[in-house]
Design a protein around this ligand. Structure first.
Ligand SMILES: [Zn+2]
Length: 566
């Protein structure tokens, strides 16, 4: 491709509302343009990169024996009503056609794939099956984020496995896990595989593939021993706290206007780790009192797991008052009758702590869990930086990441609901065991941009960069420079190097700035001075290292660099 024939609308400045570096640079480099909130047009460079990403995914999926399908994005409501997702998932685009028939735009395709499976799979002899597609997905996102992170329409590779039993699912799951590692390795990304909750997909077991980046919205806890888990799921041991022996009985003391843990810390000089925080929730319209260490944070995801329901909300101040006969800021668990008390496991075995007295402007000291109140203990807190790994006992790190992919063991959730069954070897009808597996294609491009940029632009990994190299003829007015550029470009084509020839009659400064911006990992610079010695320069964008090579060896040397590095 010649730049004079390409549409690459670069910009010197990003729009003010673009925050993440990937968003700013993909706009500035002319990859994308916004159509509306959460909707982006992929221009030439983005499309070229995404097609390379698709091809890597396709090759690795085909390698595990997966078969490529293409299903409609437009789906009839009936299938989604069979599994209940029509009503359960609130981010689906739903609408009616001209005949008042309910339709939705697919967010994933479990229902459609399971529908094919139940119609066409009859015998264990047809198993296992892995079906995938690379297709548009839609999500009625309440808060679309700027850039390609939280989109309302996006590209996804989704696949579905059908097996006779759990052992079969284990094999299909592992195949995907390994394929995903190969895909993200080949895309040149840094990533972590983290244990995760299954969320709205259902199922019991899942892993997320997460790219560490400051632009990410998901936090994971990571240990040097290899343990990594989404913060919603991560477990940890709180570092031990030194408590007094706890011989004294609870004793009330005045704490006028001291309502928050911070205020109480300042007022008493006691550490927040020695305090019990009391939170009231209404769970299916009944109150539940939740206790945490003063410096810990409640995880509502873990709370849902502990309660076995997601139907809960924080109690109103009036509801809390009705239970404690005291206002917020002085609530505690001592002498509460007839209410379920759920304490975080970090409170088990603690002694002589401080908490609200259920009397305004008053707290209790010398409170010992188990002696002064009874509670059920569950892990309900968010892992904090410095908590200890359950496996190796060393401190955990909390890292910001972007989700690239997710693999789920669905089990029989969808096949049961939709009646997808086959006959096993003994002629008995058995329900299919399923897995589902997704990769966000724009996420790969965004993560690559986040992990490979500086203030001047992008330097994407070779396998997914829109061009492997840009040939910059510094001055097209100079006949020798122009001819040398043309020669290198022709040779790059014959040697199958995907190169962009910047043949624009622009000033060298403009051309170098654009070359820095657009994400090609290498630049071949043809300048007047060097060319007089028969030389050109090969410039590696990520390291900014340049080395002179003879004009006739330029493409050979470039190919060597490409094959060796990135
Ligand atoms: Zn560890």
């Amino acid at each position: 491709m010649r730049w004079t024939q390409a549409f690459i609308p670069t910009m010197r400045e990003a729009p003010a509302d673009a925050e993440a570096p990937s968003h700013q640079l993909l706009l500035r480099a002319g990859y994308i343009r916004q159509v509306a909130a959460g909707l982006y047009a992929h221009l030439f460079l983005a499309r070229k990169s995404l097609l390379k990403i698709s091809q890597i995914i396709r090759e690795e999926m085909n390698r595990i024996g997966a078969q490529e399908f293409y299903l409609p994005a437009l789906n009839p409501a009936e299938l989604w009503k069979e599994t209940g997702r029509w009503d359960q998932v609130d981010v689906i685009f739903k609408f009616k056609d001209r005949n008042a028939h309910d339709l939705c735009l697919g967010i994933t395709h479990e229902e459609e794939m399971t529908n094919i499976a139940r119609q066409e799979l009859h015998s264990y002899k047809q198993l296992p099956q892995i079906w995938y597609q690379i297709q548009e997905k839609f999500r009625d996102e309440p808060r679309p984020k700027s850039g390609l992170l939280r989109l309302r329409q996006f590209l996804m590779k989704d696949s579905y496995s059908f097996d006779l039993d759990e052992a079969g699912l284990d094999v299909s799951y592992q195949k995907h896990y390994d394929a995903y590692c190969r895909i993200f390795d080949r895309c040149g990304l840094k990533y972590q595989v983290a244990e995760a909750y299954s969320g709205m997909m259902g199922g019991s077991y899942s892993h997320e593939f997460m790219a560490p980046t400051d632009a990410g919205e998901d936090l994971i806890a990571v240990s040097d021993c290899g343990y990594a888990a989404n913060l919603e799921k991560a477990q940890s041991k709180a570092p031990p706290v030194e408590d007094p022996p706890g011989e004294g009985a609870p004793e009330a003391f005045p704490t006028p206007s001291q309502k928050t843990i911070e205020q109480l810390v300042a007022f008493t000089g006691e550490s927040p780790a020695r305090m019990i925080k009391t939170l009231d929730y209404m769970v299916e319209s009944k109150p539940v009192v939740i206790l945490l260490r003063g410096d810990h944070t409640l995880s509502e995801t873990k709370l849902a797991m502990a309660l076995g329901t997601g139907v809960f909300r924080p109690a109103t101040p009036e509801e809390a008052f009705a239970l404690h006969h005291a206002h917020l800021g002085s609530l505690g668990p001592v002498n509460l009758r007839g209410v379920r008390i759920l304490a975080d496991s970090a409170l088990a075995g603690r002694r002589d702590m401080m908490t609200g007295a259920n009397q305004d402007d008053t707290h209790l000291r010398h409170v010992t869990p188990g002696r002064d109140f009874e509670a059920e203990y569950h892990d309900v807190r968010v892992v904090a930086e410095g908590d200890l790994c359950m496996r190796c006992g060393k401190p955990l790190r909390v890292v910001k990441t972007m989700e690239l992919g997710h693999v789920f063991k669905l089990g029989r959730k969808y096949s049961e609901a939709m009646g997808a069954r086959v006959l096993d070897e003994t002629g008995k009808e058995v329900t299919l065991v399923m897995g589902s597996y997704g990769i966000g294609l724009e996420r790969i491009l965004s993560a690559a941009a986040e992990q490979n940029h500086d203030q001047d632009g992008l330097f994407l990994p070779r396998p997914i960069a829109p061009f492997e190299a840009i040939i910059t003829a510094a001055n097209m007015d100079d006949a020798a420079v122009r001819e040398a550029g043309e020669k290198i470009y022709r040779e790059a084509q014959t040697q199958a190097v995907d190169a962009l020839f910047d043949d624009r009659p622009e000033r060298p400064g403009v051309k170098f700035k654009d070359a820095d911006l657009i994400g090609a990992p290498y630049r071949v610079t043809v300048g007047k001075k060097r060319l007089e010695q028969g030389m050109v320069e090969i410039f590696q964008r990520s390291t900014r290292q340049a080395r002179p090579v003879r004009l006739e060896h330029a493409v050979g040397a470039l190919k060597e660099e490409l094959d060796r590095g990135c």
